[in-house]
Design a protein around this ligand. Structure first.
Ligand code: TMP
Length: 223
């Protein structure tokens, strides 16, 4: 956290319940006097939300999917995330690049080296965060990873809403995605916080709060 801005991401397979904690997270930071920019990927700008509709609904090959995800991300980084961090805001982002490595990389079996190249293009360069050299990629400060067995996630999702292209994938796909997240987490244990999402919602929230306090993100519970 080289400046006062905080970039916090939420990750996990579909049905892990991460998004249900966004309201409480936003309230917690606001209670600390912070300005919160709440956003999501794919999405977060008019262009990126348009791309989201295509990514979630249209069949396409994994390279096309990856290019569209990163195109949406570029617009989001330049228009929303970097300016917010430069102002010192808290950016609460529902998914970011870890999702691409988990879904397109591990889930679809697409080439991680290509994803890494796209990551370099999109998260470095002129969108440079204040005090961040152009060679240093924009990355979240903290990533809350909601870890849940794919079988339980599938039960939670069943009948909840009309599934999009990803939610309609078989459980084997989500096993690979879950493994992708586990691999990302062990490769960057300093950034990732594993949340056991199999517990009841209140207990999951307590884990989130405790993890943020332990990381020094804020002094203590605000409720
Ligand atoms: P959401 O339902 O949590 O908003 O996520 C949208 C879907 O998009 C979810 O199934 C995961 C998928 N996704 C990718 O496949 N790659 C990505 O890079 C991102 C950000 C999301």
């Amino acid at each position: 956290m080289s400046d006062n801005g905080l970039f916090l991401t939420l990750e996990g397979i579909d049905g892990a319940g991460k998004s249900s904690h966004l309201d409480a997270l936003e309230a917690l930071f606001q209670a600390q006097g912070r300005t919160v920019v709440r956003t999501r990927e794919p999405g977060g700008t008019a262009l990126a939300e348009t791309l989201r509709g295509l990514i979630l609904e249209q069949p396409m090959d994994p390279l096309t999917e990856s290019l569209l995800v990163f195109a949406a991300r570029r617009d989001h980084v330049v228009q929303v995330i970097e300016p917010a961090l430069a102002r010192g805001d808290v950016v609460l982002c529902d998914r970011f690049t870890d999702a691409t490595f988990a879904y397109q990389g591990a889930g679809r079996g697409f080439d991680d080296a290509v994803l890494s190249t796209l990551e370099q293009w999109v998260q470095a360069g002129r969108a440079g965060r204040a005090g961040r050299p152009a060679s240093q990629l924009l990355q979240p400060d903290v990533t809350l990873w909601f870890d849940l067995a794919p079988e339980i996630a599938a039960q939670r999702l069943a009948g909840a809403r009309v599934p999009d292209k990803f939610e309609a994938q078989p459980v084997e796909f989500f096993r690979r995605v879950a493994q992708g997240y586990a691999d990302r987490a062990s490769a960057d244990a300093r950034r990732f916080v594993r949340i056991d999402a199999s517990q009841a919602r209140d207990q999951v929230w307590q884990q989130v709060e405790a993890a943020l306090v332990a990381r020094g993100v804020f002094a203590g519970a605000a409720r």
